[in-house]
Design a protein around this ligand. Structure first.
Ligand SMILES: Cc1ncc(COP(=O)(O)O)c(C=O)c1O
Length: 395
């Protein structure tokens, strides 16, 4: 006999994504499916140097436990960047280092959600975060997205209905690539201000706007009602698991205690490596190189889509991040396209799992991971799959 699993483990949603990571890793597969950064853009030499310096400067300190909320010099750097680039005042004590930004979502769920509590989420929204929150069994209220961002009427209604949290990705959203327009940002700020609903601003792709940051941070507009989450996963390395959250002062102590209870501290060895990396390199120049790399990748990808896909398919032109949002013809089920593409050894990510409702005819495509050759080959497979399913007219 085995002990019964907890309600929290039963409530935790499945993530379609992890299954696809395994499928995509099989030999001969091309993947447009996952959210992995481009291997060729990792600065492996600079990271190796930073790691060597960390071990030669203070080897015992680097291997030792540290403060639960993280390595202070790196927190100071992040706070400084918040003041200089993100438009709001923060001290290092407001910055809590975490194991990727994924663990922020779990901690915020733990901090605020009891089963049945209402929580507003974007529809579609980032599946990994929804999975983290789902363990706390909230009632998700899905807010529709269009090309300007979230539907603010639906947000207002959700907040009036008692939503405690609103999880949002204002810049280059995963999965849709959409960023909030300035009027939408202002309206969201007006709705959230002093409402009793905490805004969780996920800024995972904020630094990857091809022409720079696309808008003001929500945290700069409603600082006391916003937790901003950030990460070096999309810029330096996801494997190092260095993320953070910037919390309002009223949340510092409780959030620090929850962090400590969860994991004692996150990986301060890697935090030191990142800190060294930032000390030794011109980060803004480095980011400019990444943006250029991803912009070029996006152009190749969109050109290949133009060449290979039938014109009954619609897609957007994201201004940052890593994803294109593809729509198959109205009334069709994109899961069939996923299956058909798989027969041709191409993995794409169906959009439906990112939704609280709807989204059956959507697909998320990642242009960051595949090489240019894989983009060309994969897009031909996708084009043939569309035609085989009768999505005419063919080019
Ligand atoms: C929007 C968004 N937020 C957060 C994350 C999680 O990133 P990490 O936990 O590696 O910081 C991802 C990863 O793909 C993401 O796309």
């Amino acid at each position: 006999m085995r002990p019964q699993l907890s309600k929290a483990s039963a409530a935790t949603m499945d993530s379609f994504i992890m299954g696809l990571v395994e499928v995509a890793a099989r030999p001969g597969m091309i993947s447009f499916a996952t959210g992995l950064p481009d291997n060729s853009l990792f600065d492996t030499d600079a990271v190796s140097r930073a790691m060597a310096e960390v071990m030669s400067d203070d080897p015992c300190g680097a291997l030792q436990y540290d403060t639960p909320t993280g390595y202070i010099p790196l927190r100071e750097r992040i706070a400084e960047r918040c003041r200089r680039e993100l438009g709001f005042d923060a001290s290092w004590e407001d910055v809590l280092m975490t194991s990727g930004s994924q663990s922020c979502f779990d901690m915020l769920g733990k901090l605020f959600l009891d089963p049945g509590d209402r929580m507003a989420v974007e529809n579609p929204g980032y599946l990994g975060a929804l999975q983290a929150y789902s363990a706390y069994a909230p009632e998700f209220i899905g807010l529709d997205m269009d090309e300007d961002g979230v539907d603010t009427d639906q947000l207002r209604a959700a907040v009036s209905d008692g939503a405690k949290l609103f999880y949002s990705i204002p810049n280059h959203q995963n999965p849709s690539g959409v960023s909030y327009s300035d009027p939408v940002r202002r309206e969201v700020a007006d709705i959230i201000r002093d409402s009793g609903c905490l805004l969780i601003e996920d800024d995972a792709y904020g630094e990857l706007g091809y022409a720079g940051r696309v808008g003001r941070t929500m945290k700069s507009m409603v600082p006391g009602d916003t937790v901003l989450t950030g990460s070096f996963s999309k810029t330096i390395s996801p494997g190092m698991r260095v993320g953070w959250m910037v919390v309002p002062e009223w949340l510092r102590k409780t959030a620090g205690r929850t962090l400590e209870a969860t994991c004692l501290q996150s990986n301060t060895f890697c935090q030191r490596v990142v800190d060294r990396f930032l000390a030794d390199n011109d980060y803004d120049r480095y980011l400019a190189g990444l943006r250029k790399g991803y912009l070029e990748k996006k152009r190749v990808f969109l050109d290949a889509m133009e060449d290979s896909l039938p014109d009954t398919m619609r897609w957007n032109d994201p201004q940052g991040g890593m994803f294109v949002w593809l729509r198959t013809p109205d009334g069709t089920d994109a899961m069939r396209l996923y299956e058909k593409a798989l027969e041709g050894r191409l993995v794409v990510m169906p959009g439906h799992p990112f939704h609280v409702r709807g989204g059956e005819n959507t697909i998320r495509l990642n242009y960051a991971t595949p090489t240019e050759e894989q983009i060309q080959d994969g897009m031909r497979v996708l084009g043939s799959a569309c035609r085989e399913l009768g999505y005419r007219r063919g080019r």
